[in-house]
Write a protein that binds this ligand. Structure first.
Ligand code: HEC
Length: 138
């Protein structure tokens, strides 16, 4: 019995190893509630849809074709160059950059700004969640 309990605790800790910190998780939970409100078929965010959002090209805010990868690159574990300013951007992948996806205010601020850069509008709750799952998976 004790052994089983210990195993459950270990498994729980392991399955959370790739998860978000508590404040990010509650932000994501809020996005889920919002996403469900606008789409009754919504069940969970999808890294696969997030990849499409992240890599597809659109005529952005400056009237030129742009995607999230224009600034963040297609390999998120590597540094990249900002397509607007040419400044270096640290890798977006939380696997190599432990600061990433840990600060809710920072994430909200940049998602708002960056969706506007690429999509000329704010992202929906579902799009934001999908793209966060995608970045997290990289
Ligand atoms: C014009 C350049 C540019 C584009 C296009 C762009 N980003 Fe960014 N992004 C930045 C910069 C600059 C930062 C802030 C600097 C940094 O954190 O290294 C940033 C930061 C972020 C962060 C904050 C991550 C964290 O936890 O620190 C996220 C998330 C993000 N971008 C997602 C996106 C998504 C999703 C798209 C596409 C909709 C996108 N970005 C398109 C330039 C860009």
């Amino acid at each position: 019995m004790k052994k089983q309990l210990a195993l459950l605790i270990i498994l729980g800790a392991l399955s959370n190893a790739g998860g978000f910190n508590p404040s990010m998780q509650s932000y994501i939970n809020g996005l889920k509630i919002e996403a469900k409100k606008s789409n009754s078929n919504f069940t969970d965010f999808s890294a696969q849809r997030g990849e499409q959002i992240f890599t597809s090209k659109h005529i952005g805010k400056r009237g030129k074709e742009i995607s999230c990868t224009s600034c963040h690159g297609s390999n998120l574990t590597l540094p990249s160059k900002n397509a607007f300013t040419n400044k270096t951007i640290d890798p977006l992948s939380p696997k190599v950059n432990s600061q990433r996806l840990t600060d809710v205010l920072e994430v909200q601020k940049w998602l708002k700004r960056n969706f506007n850069d690429v999509y000329k509008r704010e992202g929906t709750a579902q799009e934001k969640g999908d793209v966060l799952y995608y970045i997290k998976s990289k």
